[in-house]
Design a protein around this ligand. Structure first.
Ligand code: ZN
Length: 149
């Protein structure tokens, strides 16, 4: 577990310093706002859909390192995927950070996102890690805001 923790720290710090897809999408098909008042994380997720495919996805906002790194990796993970595939990742990610899925032993598509299993040890951080995913889910389902409450 400590190896995973080292990797977790490293990846979070790197993505926080240099977040991917940290921008607005001017002609976004949809966007949604996500707030995690417990920590003060506030993100807006932009999605550009082409038919059923997530052609582009990006985010803006401010928050702690975990929320930002998670949003950064979320955009990398769902870009180019179909809506259905993105929803599967949302579901698996949510189950992993709430302890309902063991990313090492249960079948899943999480790949690099597995490092966020590390937040299980820090319950106060679970909402930071899942905020961008809830916000993506809201955008994909046509809602304008998401809350981790
Ligand atoms: Zn946070």
């Amino acid at each position: 577990m400590s190896e995973l923790n080292d990797l977790y720290q490293e990846v979070i710090l790197e993505h926080n310093k240099n977040p991917r897809n940290f921008r607005e999408i001017e002609n976004a098909t949809r966007h949604a706002d996500g707030n995690n008042p417990l920590c003060g994380d506030a993100l807006r997720v932009y999605v550009e859909l082409e038919g059923d495919q997530v052609r582009d996805v990006a985010f803006k906002g401010s928050g702690c390192a975990i929320s930002k790194a998670s949003a950064s990796m979320m955009t990398q993970a769902v870009k180019g995927k179909s809506k259905a595939e993105a929803e599967i990742l949302f579901d698996e990610f949510h189950k992993m950070v709430t302890g309902q899925l063991d990313a090492e032993t249960d079948e899943n598509h999480l790949g690099k996102l597995k490092i966020f299993a590390g937040v299980l040890e820090f319950p106060a951080r679970v909402k930071c890690a899942s905020l961008s995913w809830h916000t993506l889910h809201a955008a994909l389902t046509g809602e304008e805001s998401a809350s981790t409450e």
